[in-house]
Design a binder for this molecule. Structure first.
Ligand code: URA
Length: 205
């Protein structure tokens, strides 16, 4: 077994331990929702040594039923965008800020984001992705704050597809804000925009 596979295993072990903590997070108000609906926590999945880490907002119904991120309609679109730049899900790492489904697809509350954010922070520290691609406004604003990028208040329409160098105690990375793959269901014009922005990811990786 080479050095590299050993290092992957170590990351895997760390991620599994973190996933276990999310599984037993009974202090979260969304834990009750999980139990009542027989949902699963959605920790994240993919290559622990991925170059690109995608971060969405929170799981939807299909994600909470399967325990896997981006497997519903938005996820199918994400898959096709990945394929358009010759990547598979296994090549990247996909997760969300919030790891349990907020009821009725509502936006996560600030307190919920606070409860789950240490897990995302730790996932970033373990994986050390070269590129963090945020999916949608929520993830963009969260990651800007986490990396202390002085871009608060910037609209996603102004900075989508821009490569932003970030350096903090979490490590060094390039943040690329992207529209959420579900955004095209409301505005078809965004399909071409997202495709172009994925080409930028390919160039950077
Ligand atoms: N939308 C998200 O932000 N995350 C998912 O996992 C699914 C849909």
């Amino acid at each position: 077994m080479g050095y590299n596979s050993k290092s992957i295993k170590t990351k895997e072990v760390q991620l599994n331990q973190l996933a276990q903590q999310v599984k037993t997070l009974d202090t979260s108000p969304l834990y009750q929702v999980r139990m009542e609906n027989n949902y699963k926590p959605v920790f994240g999945e993919g290559n622990p040594d991925a170059t690109i880490m995608f971060i969405g907002e929170a799981p939807g119904a299909q994600e909470a039923e399967t325990g896997r991120p981006f497997v519903g309609r938005a996820g199918k679109h994400l898959d096709s965008l990945l394929h358009s730049i010759d990547l598979q899900r296994d090549d990247v790492y996909i997760t969300n800020i919030v790891k349990d489904r907020p009821p009725d697809n509502r936006n996560p509350h600030v307190t919920e984001i606070e409860i789950y954010s240490p897990f995302l922070r730790e996932q970033i520290v373990i994986i050390q992705p070269k590129i963090i691609a945020t999916l949608g406004r929520f993830a963009m604003e969260f990651i800007f704050k986490l990396f202390q990028l002085p871009l608060y208040g910037k609209k996603i329409g102004e900075i989508h597809g821009t490569a932003l160098h970030a350096f903090s105690e979490l490590g060094e990375t390039t943040i690329v804000p992207l529209y959420h793959p579900a955004a095209v269901f409301y505005n078809r014009n965004l399909e071409a925009v997202l495709k172009r922005d994925f080409e930028i990811l390919k160039k950077l990786s």
